[in-house]
Design a binder for this molecule. Structure first.
Ligand code: RP5
Length: 181
């Protein structure tokens, strides 16, 4: 059996990196090679002050760990799981099969097939087992979707989200105004 534990409040090496003893969001990925894509999700969650854990779970190389991670996530207080994988990207779908928590899949672009292989592997789930799939390499949107889910029951987070959305709007309006002058 695989021991699952969260490690303090610092980014110390361990089985699961966590920004808090009670993380709300789990970020998992099939390989450390996915980290360059998946780190954007961590950046957004940090910006919104959402505690999260982050680790590597591979559907194919560590199947027992995937089962243990998924089964124990609700008891750790995880409310949504962001799962990134490339190629034969079975991790998000298998995690969704193993837990009732919402799973957001991030198709990671590999060295061949432009990430379309990952996208199709993640998005084509059978009826009954949903995975919310974001665009290829767009882990930013995965984090924002998790934040939208959590904000339903968190007024402070909803307010930060409103500010973020208003900030995007004013950025675009500023650019439009510059273009028009
Ligand atoms: C997938 O295979 C991983 O999610 C990664 O995107 C891809 C390649 O993994 P590595 O060979 O780089 O470890 O399972």
């Amino acid at each position: 059996d695989v021991a699952i534990k969260t490690i303090g409040s610092n980014w110390t090496p361990g089985l699961i990196k966590s920004t808090s003893k009670s993380p709300s969001v789990g970020i998992i990925m099939g390989s450390d090679s996915d980290l360059k894509v998946m780190s954007a999700a961590a950046d957004i969650l940090r910006e919104f002050e959402v505690p999260f854990e982050l680790t590597i779970v591979s559907a194919h190389r560590t199947p027992d760990r995937m089962v243990t991670y998924s089964r124990t996530a609700p008891a750790r207080g995880i409310k949504a799981i962001i799962a990134g994988a490339g190629g034969a990207a079975h991790l998000p779908g298998m995690v969704a099969a193993l837990t009732r928590l919402p799973v957001i899949g991030v198709p990671v672009k590999g060295s061949t097939l432009d990430g379309v292989d990952s996208l199709h592997s993640i998005v084509q789930m059978p009826r009954g087992v949903p995975v919310a799939t974001v665009a290829i390499n767009n882990s930013t949107n995965a984090a924002l979707l998790a934040i939208r889910m959590l904000s339903v029951n968190d007024a402070a987070l909803a307010s930060r989200l409103d500010n973020y959305i208003a900030g995007m709007e004013s950025t675009v309006l500023d650019k439009a105004a510059k273009l028009e002058t």
